[in-house]
Write a protein that binds this ligand. Structure first.
Ligand code: PAF
Length: 279
């Protein structure tokens, strides 16, 4: 698997692909790849001639008190996974290559101020900035994002529309462990009892889904039922349980599609997110 570290090197490869009339898919990641990333890469491989996987732990989306330093990294394992999934190359720049005393950042209002944006106020500015840079460097036809980071997917779709990137954003389903836990690079932080406790996220969402399927319309009732299930777990502390319009992320009082039911829960010190969408 070819690992490209420099922007200029990647640009010249992309130029060759473009000259040959090939289509390009981009899968932006922060590495430590798992089955969830693999499913994005495999879909990108099916839908494009060439696929770039970016593997970059982006410093600008972490606040000083967050886990930038300890975020897990394993480029050799990532290269094996990318090779197996059929990617064309990995873009793995150093932070200095991506940010050379940068003074320009991409900020979005409203969509970034709710849900995870309340606890992580600078996060989406970092995400929008690095994803814009990756779009400019790779110039993909399509870019692939997991629904596990549902707010991120919503924010990126809006950014692409607002800034006329002309790139198709493909949202891909959440991939779960066999017991229901959504796959995440941060699951590696969990010790065995926390790993067991983390099942309260998917379990509580199933309760919410069932209430909606049974015709419950009162959002307050659904949120209370989800929260009650999480609160049964002594190692869990709720950051938020919210149900919002899936396009605007504005909170709903009465259930109606399209809606996003999203939760963020601390299991010990690890903050995990999960969600479901009713289209
Ligand atoms: O979802 C992620 O892994 C990151 O937020 C992304 C989109 C790669 C930007 O750093």
């Amino acid at each position: 698997m070819q690992i490209i570290k420099k922007i200029d090197g990647l640009r010249s490869i992309v130029r060759e692909w473009r000259r040959a009339g090939l289509t390009i898919g981009l899968v932006p990641t922060m590495g430590y790849l798992h089955e969830g990333h693999k499913s994005l890469i495999e879909r990108a491989v099916r839908e494009n001639d060439k696929v770039v996987v970016s593997d970059f732990v982006n410093p600008t989306q972490f606040a000083p008190n967050e886990d930038f330093e300890s975020y897990p990294r394993d480029i050799d394992a990532d290269a094996r996974l990318c090779e197996g999934a059929g990617a064309s190359l990995i873009f793995n720049p150093e932070p200095d290559e991506m940010y050379d005393n940068a003074l320009t950042f991409v900020d979005m209002r409203k969509l970034t101020e709710v849900l995870c944006g309340k606890t992580r106020p600078i996060h989406f500015s970092g995400v929008c900035t690095v994803v814009s840079k990756l779009f400019n460097i790779v110039t993909p036809d399509r870019a692939y994002f997991g629904q596990k980071d549902a707010q991120q997917l919503c924010v990126i779709r809006k950014m692409v529309k607002d800034l006329n990137f002309g790139i198709e954003i493909v949202g891909c389903p959440i991939i779960r462990e066999s017991d229901g836990l959504a796959k995440s690079s941060r699951n590696t932080y969990l010790n065995p009892s926390e790993r067991q406790a983390a099942l309260c996220l998917s379990r509580s969402l199933e309760i919410g889904k069932r209430l909606l399927a049974d015709g419950e319309k009162n959002i307050g009732v659904i949120i209370a039922a989800i929260a009650a299930e999480i609160e049964k777990e002594p190692l869990a502390k709720i950051d938020y349980v919210e149900i919002a319009d899936w396009n605007t992320l504005e909170p709903l009082e009465t259930a109606r599609a399209p809606l996003l039911c999203a939760i963020a829960v601390y299991i010990g010190k690890t903050r995990l997110i999960d969600n479901f969408i009713v289209e």
